[in-house]
Write a protein that binds this ligand. Sequence first.
Ligand code: PLP
Length: 401
Amino acid sequence: PSVFADVVQAPEDPILGVTVAYNKDPSPVKVNLGVGAYRTEEGKPLVLNVVRRAEQMLVNDGSRVKEYLPITGLADFNKLSAKLIFGVDSPAIQEKRVTTVQCLSGTGSLRVGAEFLARHYHQRTIYIPLPTWGNHPKVFALAGLFVKTYRYYDPATRGLNFQGLLEDLSAAPSGAIVLLHACAHNPTGVDPTFEQWEQIRQLMRSKTLLPFFDSAYQGFASGNLDADAQSVRLFVEDGGELLAAQSYAKNMGLYGERVGALSIVCKTADVATKVESQLKLVIRPMYSSPPIHGASIVATILKDREMYHEWTIELKAMADRIISMRHQLFEALRAKGTPGDWTHIIKQIGMFTFTGLNTEQVAFMTKEYHIYMTSDGRISMAGLSSKTIPHLADAIHEAIT
Ligand code: PLP
């Protein structure tokens, strides 16, 4: 018998498992609204034209080799990534108070940041929003942090529970880490307004709570890279410290290339240098150094004015298509006279709509309409098209009536 005979079958990942179930369904009308990946109007994955061009340039450059990157990754990529999130003129960057390391997409950046905090920060409790991306609690707990939640979403209004959020952060122990979604909160699509961000900032700074931003959707929410970084920049402007995890999965469509960055903004350049030296000690035994290809694509695009411009146009087109899907779904439900207030479909921001459909309703829609989504009723607007919207509207209508 196998020495592993006692290993029990693990459950599928609650998010990735939706696609596993979808793939097994032979129905021709099936729709996958579970994946957090952009699809075209034809339902196909999209490689940005500017990414194809950058790859072509890299391939044609005969001087490029496959040597290891340094532990911290591609230097150009790190500099450009910091500028992308903090702004080109960020004083924190000019004062060399920021250390940026290339990591394995958003997830890897969160994990490296969390491992660093578990080793070197005095307060090991992290507050994450309720609800949040399903991987957050696992990433932080396995890194050695203690995970607690703060109120975020109000099912009654399908909006922000701002009062609850302020109360919970006020009650958090001084110094606690707070995970904040920079924009396009996943799974709810609910973001604080600019004024609310400012209140959150004041409260957090007065209680010396440490912000850890997760920026997985910069540019993807509004179509504008600067607008989607406002929350983060607000916290950098006050001169305080923070962490930020960036992902290029969605905004450059580089999902499988696993390219992202962790930045830590420190009080002084001296502290930033020491912090970076410790980040290297976290990374080296984990995976030695990050992969070269995706970071080279990103650096190529970010450093070339014309390619950068093309990227912003393609990015805006993705964001606009998603926003248009929101309007089309909302209109389809209104035309059918589906009972209830569906304005949250157009109010929510980013890739997902938190529909408010319950587990039974979701199960019904999967069984009867072959529509796949996570059991919390989250649907990926990027997985919809003008062709599939009537089918989804029919399903929602029947599920709730
Ligand atoms: N954080 C949030 C909120 C996300 O939604 C995601 C992806 O779905 C990630 C982080 C990490 O994604 P990746 O590791 O592919 O960059």
